[in-house]
Design a protein around this ligand. Structure first.
Ligand code: SF4
Length: 344
């Protein structure tokens, strides 16, 4: 079997918030046992509300946040087990693009300096060769090579994100973590950047972990998706199956909130309204973490954490409805939801 580009196994991330005043440590469990894989050249979309832990996963894969436990491997190399010095070497193989192109580029550096920096750190190349690579890289992201002498403030938001992508790609990494790469951009610029990312991936074979809250962006970019709620992956699988036949109530609610362009379809669409706000990750609900907002919660949901069960059409869902109650046994939740809503 081929080694996946990225393998994340039972990843836990905790933030130590200090003592609670009685000598006990207060800890926020931001990621609770996340596991997934990404094949070379593929994209996995990680979706969820803000505070679901999706960005924390990206940052801990990069070791910008230290995982509490679990294992991350990149092309078979243990990322979590290496010392700080070796992490620096690994950064040559994995890069990150951040949400805000306004703050992720050092304003005092020219574009040439920004793109050259990873080459200086990781590759021993003569200046002329570095400059040529910078020019080529700029052109490959749709910018003129002559822009290398300019500073970030001289560019629009979309152009800055192109520069950030060029900087991430200049070392030909195996993996790029894209953390909300288009959410700070206007809609028409968003689609240009998404098309650019697709073209770059087709040409380079780089794997992407796309962290996003926008389901439409993830569907467009990712053949596979994982849905996070309060630090846990509640559903995962091929995007087509997850979007058309969700098997977890939270996924179904997220998808039902996406508006249809067709007004008639919008009028007749099944909507699932979630009650309440996202609970505090400092004090998550017992059993299923989604139970305080789930319209289908049962007694068992407060007592037992639902195991992830295989779903028809691929992937998994962690919900007791598949073994208890209506016994969905890995089938889509939608017929059950429609029946429930029609029957009251
Ligand atoms: Fe809802 Fe229970 Fe399923 Fe959680 S396990 S999503 S509370 S039905």
């Amino acid at each position: 079997m081929t080694e996946p580009c990225l393998k994340v196994s039972d990843l836990h991330v905790m933030y130590d918030l200090g003592s609670n005043g009685f000598g006990k440590r207060k800890r926020l469990h931001a990621v609770n046992g996340a596991s997934f894989e990404i094949a070379a050249g593929e994209t996995l979309g990680l979706v969820g509300e803000s505070g679901s832990g999706k960005s924390t996963i990206g940052l801990s894969i990069m070791r910008l946040i230290e995982p509490w436990s679990g294992k991350v491997t990149l092309g078979g190399t243990d990322v979590t087990g290496v010392g700080r010095k070796d992490v620096r070497t690994l950064r040559r193989r994995m890069q990150m693009v951040f949400q805000d192109p306004y703050s992720s580029l050092n304003p005092s550096m020219t574009v040439e300096q920004l793109l050259e920096e990873p080459l200086i750190i990781h590759r021993d190349l003569p200046k002329a060769e570095r400059s040529a690579m910078v020019g080529q890289m700029l052109e490959s992201v749709g910018l003129h090579a002559g822009y290398a002498v300019r500073y970030p403030h001289e560019f629009s938001g979309g152009q800055r994100q192109r520069i950030a992508i060029a900087r991430a790609m200049i070392l030909h990494p195996e993996l790029v973590v894209l953390d909300e790469p288009v959410s700070a951009l206007d809609v028409s610029t968003q689609s240009q950047i998404l098309n650019l990312l697709k073209a770059i991936q087709a040409g380079s074979g780089t794997a992407f972990l796309l962290v996003a809250h926008d389901l439409a962006v993830v569907r467009l970019m990712s053949p596979n998706v994982a849905v996070m709620y309060l630090g846990e992956i509640v559903e995962a699988g091929p995007s087509g199956r997850v979007y058309d036949a969700p098997a977890h109530p939270y996924t179904a609610a997220l998808i039902s909130a996406v508006p249809f362009p067709d007004p008639e379809r919008q009028r007749t669409a099944t909507r699932i309204i979630l009650k309440g706000d996202l609970p505090s990750p400092l004090n998550p609900p017992s059993g299923c973490r989604f139970r305080t907002r789930c319209p289908f919660a049962m007694e068992i949901c407060a007592k037992e954490t639902p195991p992830a069960v295989p779903v028809e059409g691929g992937g998994t869902a962690a919900c007791h409805l598949h073994a208890h109650g209506p016994k969905l046994a890995g089938r889509s939740l939608m017929p059950f939801i429609k029946e429930r809503l029609a029957g009251g």
